[in-house]
Design a protein around this ligand. Sequence first.
Ligand code: NDP
Ligand code: AKG
Ligand code: MG
Length: 729
Amino acid sequence: MSDIIYTKVDEAPELASASLLPIIKKFAEAAGVSVGTKDISLAGRILATFPEHLSEEQRQSDDLAELGRLVKTPEANVIKLPNISASVPQLVAAIKELQAQGYALPDYPEEPSTDEEKAVRAKYDGIKGSAVNPVLREGNSDRRAAKAVKSFAQSNPHRMGVWTADSKTHVSSMSGNDFFSNEDSATLDAATGAKIVLETADGEKVLKEGLEYPAGTVVDATFMSAAALKDFLNTQIEKTKEDGILFSLHLKATMMKVSDPILFGHAVKTYLAPVFEKHGAKLKELGVNPNSGLGDLLERVKGESEIMADIDACMEERPPMYMVDSDKGITNLHVSSDVIIDASMPALIRAGGKGWGPDGKEHDANCVIPDSSYAPVYDEAINFFKENGKLDPATAGTVQNIGLMAQKAEEYGSHPTTFELAEAGTVKMILDDGTVLHQHKVDAGDIWRSSSARKAPIEDWVNLAISRQKAEGCRAIFWLDESRAHDAELISYVKPILEAQGVADKFEIMAPREATRASLETITKGENTIAITGNVLRDYLTDLFPILELATSAKMLSIVKLMNGGGLFETGAGGSAPKHVQQLMEQNHLRWDSLGEFCALGESLKFLADARGNEKARVLGDAVETATQGILDHGRSPSRKVGEPDNRDSHYWFARYWAEAVAAQSDDAELAAEFAPIAKDLAAKEADILSELAAAQGAAVDLGGYYHTDAEKTARVMRPSETLNGIIG
Ligand SMILES: NC(=O)C1=CN([C@@H]2O[C@H](COP(=O)(O)OP(=O)(O)OC[C@H]3O[C@@H](n4cnc5c(N)ncnc54)[C@H](OP(=O)(O)O)[C@@H]3O)[C@@H](O)[C@H]2O)C=CC1
Ligand SMILES: O=C(O)CCC(=O)C(=O)O
Ligand SMILES: [Mg+2]
């Protein structure tokens, strides 16, 4: 196994890797550090799942499974870039692309009927949604802006949209019968097995058996009423129309891969209710599944002029929708993975509460977030900015995050125990000794789910919070609501640990709404705070605050201290930026910022030094930090516009500053001597390299694929400077 594993992913970060990874490998090798890759891309995971359909040379190893084992060992040192968490339309598109490239993969069975189709579907469902992160995240999350990055943002504040008191933008959530209000929670005294059943008039149906929980696990159960959801959506569509603003829906269909596509489907069906009422049978015959979105629906009804006319008429009647791409007519309801709440709500808040309408102009929006568990965070942030005006990034302090994440904690681990109920009855969670731990009376169509959080991860999370608070000395808040069932169980863990360690006075405990206000007040004063949260708020807040403070979450330091001693270094806190790929393909300009990769690389090298006593790795790691600082100080980050320096230019500068820093240090003379000529060469050939990089931009490029690109074509596009390639090799 290599000293450091760098993940092969998808979209923009993978394009960036084609340019950056050769530099990293060369420099690391000089210090005797080996850097290997493991493929966790969507295409790679599909290929690894169906060896029986592929020829010998097409087959691919199951790298995700291997990494899943590695992260449970102290040897793990993984740099994890963002990867696609695929919605069904993305999965289907990737399968089609691979089939066209000659891989005889089975189609995605939309409505599996035979046993074989059901088996194929189950395999594809394992690849769907957020299928990578939960496997790798065997530790809790520590996300923050490195000091250099934060000071850079303060001295170079980004543009912020203006908030006014009369903005009509607001958040709407259900007032009852949602996951929040139906939640029950209990902490298990002893280890136990459990099953989940649905009791109906006809008897008991097993929904899931063979569940195993260690002692101390917090086990929740809850459900969302489909009828209440439909009422809520109907009301919101009407109210949005009355208010004359945009209808926008914000979900996390990728990480909540079972429940949220269903919620999304309800929104599609409610928005187009007259069409579904009139043409329901025909739509079914055409294979329309509302959960796959309006994009898929429109594709399937293409030849049906009457249905198309009715869709147009309905859309005309409805409030205008918040758009993903108004030029191309792509709406909020086209594909469930296009609008992902962690990125979409912060972008809207940063823009002063504005979203893009079908007319290509900015408007206020009704931000519909059906479940009320976490929506108050956005609601309160919006209230705060309406009262106080926009945040000033030049003076604002920072909100760091310590997130409970290990071992599939909380809602993000709930997929195997989430069910859309086919019929009414009572769902019961029954322990091995016959105890009914939780039960809910449900109707057909309701979505029931159980989540859990284990004792060891919870304790690790509290301890991580204590050590981070000690290091920072700033305000620290547990975002827990004592009136919420699950949070009350967590508080029972948190308080005794804080007291036992004599640090209870250093921490506050607040419900998410109050914590949002307190944190915004703190950073507005220029002070810092640590948000200690569960898994969902970890995800939401590590986009929300970075996007307000730094303009992007791509620059975040994202460390996962693995519970068995290894290190997982995530790059940034954002995703794989499909829009950036589009720009590269059209204009050969990649605006992806690799600052997250630089930060993760520095941490990974320093971890290697600490864990294995590799002092050369320490020298390299320190030099990476100097180089990252150099990128910031000299403004070498990529620009957004074609013709200006892009991702590739920033990698040249990173290589140069990195080599110069190694050459200049005196801890390791051998390394200094090795890097001196490289640094010299990079500096001497600056003009040639930059002009070769600039010359490459402008025209459309072919990567030989989207999900499964051609390695040689990609390398040609991403490494256009022969001079630089000559130095890097
Ligand atoms: N850790 C992971 O593996 C994660 C994966 N994802 C996956 O990523 C995909 C896209 O998700 P989405 O919600 O659109 O979020 P993204 O974070 O990919 O995109 C939101 C926007 O953030 C900006 N951005 C993000 N990263 C960078 C960067 N390094 N440099 C510059 N700008 C950046 C871009 O803004 P602009 O367009 O203005 O340049 C981008 O359009 C999905 O498939 C999702 O599942 C999402 C989150 C985390
Ligand atoms: O796994 C995913 O789909 C996204 C992860 C994410 O958004 C995050 O961890 O911030
Ligand atoms: Mg996120």
